[in-house]
Design a protein around this ligand. Structure first.
Ligand SMILES: Nc1ncnc2c1ncn2[C@@H]1O[C@H](COP(=O)(O)OP(=O)(O)OP(=O)(O)O)[C@@H](O)[C@H]1O
Ligand SMILES: [Mg+2]
Length: 419
């Protein structure tokens, strides 16, 4: 079973939380000030964008200082009643065993609608009267709903950590997972995440899990990729879809084109459909989708698209009959696309040689690169003289000769003869 790296490598100590040093210090000082008596502001209000360590800061701190953490999030306090039920925890000093307590009300943004008006008021009452440190967390503390609540809180802003800090966290994961990662690959992932540590870790896991080594080319192709959240939820809708129509609807949500979506489904269905019969059905369906893709390519008749979509979405969704949605299985990026983009430079080179052949032999460059190249390779590897003659005749440049000879030494020898 896979564990999400955001959980597996979640900081257990403040020393492992990256970025936001000032905010964290402000928080630590405030909690310490409780030792001298109840401070003026009894609640701290953390706010800032998602995935940057707000929640984890409180958890790591409680762990470091061996405080009891009472943690609730929006689903626990949907109503005023629910809040009042645990308000008692906030009004008693310490816990049963004399351990100091800290109460965390997370995801305040989750309180929505008029039904929760009372909720915010009940939280405000807790903040006013608390006997232990209360931490409130929301993405936006300046929501008008919180205007009164804010008066009773020490506001602490969390900002997106810079890429260098995100890299620190990724490096810690590399060490623990024993993966060797090129520095610029890490940098690429960190920069792409734009300070969202959670999404950086998710990206990193999808790319690196099960590998010993990760190089820049393994990640750079991501630049073409759309936001992962959307594609992940689209995949979930398809593979775990319960109706044909919901699985088909996923296509409209996907930011990627049909061919790319096909690659995503093809890559991920096997890991998710653990029942072999389900998988057979899904693969059958995907192969049908691929047949129609081929027809579109050869006839240019785009009306076949609807069959491609039906087979690859509804077909795959209906294939799942025995597999239960159990545990957490990460989605992986399509390897085929990854390989294509990795070999892009090579393919470009082959095509360029194809153009040279085309000029002399009057066949298409693509055909030339497919049909002639293998023979040229054999010649260039084994017969420098003949290779030199061909290189001259075809007007190949040094790079092309190197490509065909696949060794610098041989290429040099051939180039000598050309001159
Ligand atoms: N600053 C950080 N240092 C180390 N790990 C982090 C940091 N920020 C996030 N993470 C990782 O991402 C996960 C999610 O972080 P956390 O729950 O603290 O985000 P958050 O800021 O509370 O986001 P949200 O607003 O969505 O609740 C953590 O479990 C951890 O693995
Ligand atoms: Mg959080």
């Amino acid at each position: 079973m896979y564990a999400a790296w955001t959980l597996k490598h979640k900081p257990t100590s403040l020393a492992q939380v990256v970025g936001n040093k000032e905010a964290i210090q402000k928080f630590v000082d405030w909690v310490k000030s409780w030792e001298k008596g109840v401070p003026k502001k009894r609640a701290a209000f953390f706010y800032g964008p998602p995935g940057i360590g707000k929640t984890v800061t409180v958890e790591a701190f409680a762990n470091d200082s061996r405080m009891e953490l009472v943690e609730k999030n929006a689903s626990d306090y949907r109503t005023e009643d629910a809040i009042n039920r645990f308000a008692g925890l906030a009004s008693q000093y310490g816990s049963l065993f004399g351990v100091k307590r800290i109460v965390l009300l997370d995801e305040l943004d989750g309180l929505t609608g008029t039904a929760d008006r009372g909720g915010v008021k009940a939280i405000t009452d807790i903040a006013k009267n608390a006997q232990v440190p209360i931490v409130l967390i929301a993405n936006n503390a300046y929501d008008p709903r919180f205007s009164n609540l804010r008066n009773y809180c020490l506001l602490i802003q969390f900002k997106k950590p810079p890429a260098g800090e995100v890299m620190k966290h990724l490096r810690r994961i590399c060490e623990s997972e024993e993966i060797q990662v090129e520095e610029n690959a890490l940098k690429f992932i960190a920069q792409r995440s734009e300070g969202d540590v959670r999404s950086a870790v998710n990206d990193f896991q999808a790319l690196a899990q099960g590998k010993r080594k990760l190089i820049y080319e393994d990640v750079s192709w991501l630049a073409y990729r759309d936001r992962q959240e959307s594609i992940f939820s689209v995949l979930r809708m398809i593979i775990y879809g319960r109706t044909c129509s919901s699985a088909k609807r996923a296509v409209d949500m996907a930011d990627v084109d049909i061919d790319m979506l096909f690659e995503w489904i093809y890559e991920n269905a096997p890991a998710h459909l653990t029942d072999p019969h389900d998988l057979v059905r899904a693969m059958d369906s995907l192969s049908m989708a691929d047949v129609y893709r081929g027809r579109i390519r050869s006839t240019r008749d785009w009306s076949f698209t609807r069959y491609v979509i039906d087979f690859m979405t509804a077909g795959v969704a209906m294939a799942r009959q025995n597999t239960k949605a159990s545990g957490w299985i990460p989605f992986k990026f399509p390897q085929r696309i990854q390989m294509l983009s990795r070999s892009k430079a090579q393919r470009a080179m082959q095509l360029n040689i194809g153009y040279k052949i085309k000029r002399k032999c009057h066949i298409s460059a693509v055909r030339a690169s497919k049909e002639f190249l293998p023979y040229l390779r054999i010649i260039f590897k084994n017969n420098a003289e003949m290779a030199a003659g061909l290189a001259k005749w075809l007007d190949l440049d040094q790079k092309m000769i190197e490509h065909l000879a696949s060794s610098e030494e041989k290429a040099k020898a051939i180039a000598e003869l050309v001159r």
